[in-house]
Design a protein. Structure first.
Length: 172
């Protein structure tokens, strides 16, 4: 996706949605039915949780989410890559003039996005104990709303990982 966005100069939003609809169509070709997953690793991971003070429980998937949020905050605010992301989001032409390889950074941004989407899909399949092509239909708009509520500008350059987390929590 990142290469298409950079090479074709089509807005990232359009390319991302087109890719999502294309891959959703491919998943329908595989199966329109829910495919149950009966594997001991899935059973173990779905039941794994730790008791926390106050009588609550922290599931392995909840811990994974917290680790991803902490890693995202670190990458966004403490690494050169994070600075490049903000610079490109603010103004790609200025970022290019500052010596940032916008093509390389854009490709890395979408590779990271793909990896996180894959992780989310795996976590969801552990939660549901199934693979289902229709799972997540309409969730993309919820995700966009959470990001915007959290303070990220759709035009780019402004926003935080923690703001997105708060935007998601405020929607419940």
């Amino acid at each position: 996706m990142g290469l298409l966005i950079d090479a074709l100069k089509i807005p990232a939003f359009i390319i991302t949605l087109a890719g999502m609809f294309f891959l959703r169509g491919v998943s329908y070709l595989v199966s329109e039915e829910s495919i149950p997953i009966n594997h001991p690793v899935y059973d173990t991971l779905s039941g794994l949780a730790w008791t926390i003070p106050g009588g609550g429980r922290l599931s392995a998937m909840g811990l994974l989410m917290l680790l991803v949020v902490v890693a995202g905050i670190f990458v966004a605010h403490r690494t050169r890559f994070g600075n490049q992301v903000y610079a490109i989001g603010g103004n790609a032409t200025s970022a290019n003039l500052m010596g940032i390889s916008t093509r390389s950074a854009t490709i890395r941004i979408y590779m990271l996005s793909t990896g996180l989407a894959t992780l989310a899909g795996i976590v969801f399949s552990i939660y549901t104990q199934a693979g289902y092509a229709l799972a997540g239909v309409g969730v993309e708009l919820d995700a966009i709303a959470s990001v915007v509520i959290g303070g990220t500008l759709l035009s780019g350059g402004v926003g935080t990982v923690l703001g997105t987390l708060f935007g998601w929590r405020s929607r419940d």
